[in-house]
Design a protein around this ligand. Sequence first.
Ligand code: ATP
Ligand code: MG
Length: 256
Amino acid sequence: MTTTSIAGRATAVAARATDLSKVYGQGETRVIALDRVSVDFGQAEFTAIMGPSGSGKSTLMHCVAGLDSFSSGSVRIGDTELGSLKDKQLTKLRRDKIGFIFQAFNLLPTLTALENITLPMDIAGRKADKQWLDTVIGMVGLSGRLGHRPSQLSGGQQQRVAVARALASKPDIIFGDEPTGNLDSRSGAEVLGFLRNSVRELGQTVVMVTHDPVAAAYADRVVFLADGRIVDDLRDPTADSVLDRMKRFDAKGRTS
Ligand SMILES: Nc1ncnc2c1ncn2[C@@H]1O[C@H](COP(=O)(O)OP(=O)(O)OP(=O)(O)O)[C@@H](O)[C@H]1O
Ligand SMILES: [Mg+2]
């Protein structure tokens, strides 16, 4: 799959949502979390997803990552249509092709940093590529902390373990839901810099939900959601240009 970006560059598509809708509940409690969203996430690109609380960011990410079912439309990861997969195949695709970084880190407290990093591969019965693992661990600066358990690590270090875990198996695409939301600005900047380097230098694909214009400025592109729809798409963002867009949405209101 290829697409042509605004700048005229041909980019391969890592993931694509087409007319994707997600409805929660029925009757009075019915919520349209996603309303016919169509979006491509380019390979070897860093995309940020922004929008007000409740606009559907996490829902979009979970549906595209195969973590949640959707009501209508379609999702592809690479050339694989998620709707065509049985549960077992979906689990395998998630395990083999997708990396996750969550705000709450999701590390296992009884395992060391290194054991946490290799856990997904251990579960899958795959051997870690030792050289790659060393590269990733060196890049996130965890070499001296591999035998520590999460409770013995700072928040920033724990999040770097989660980043290393996502990268270790060389997934086709990494999804992060506010991966720096719990970090102080310096630790956050380190994690974001590392994610950006993994895109620039290693060709990794990253899609990240964030509320923070400074975090979004690390991305190549920002997709804005409001009320379950994509309302804007910004290339080569700066913190100022992102903030500017956010202000304009606020001024227009969200009632349209
Ligand atoms: N399990 C659920 N059951 C019912 N409604 C839900 C459920 N999960 C999410 N929603 C609703 O769907 C909408 C989108 O939620 P979502 O979590 O995607 O928002 P978000 O943009 O990630 O917000 P935030 O920035 O607060 O994390 C919201 O109105 C939310 O209340
Ligand atoms: Mg969310």
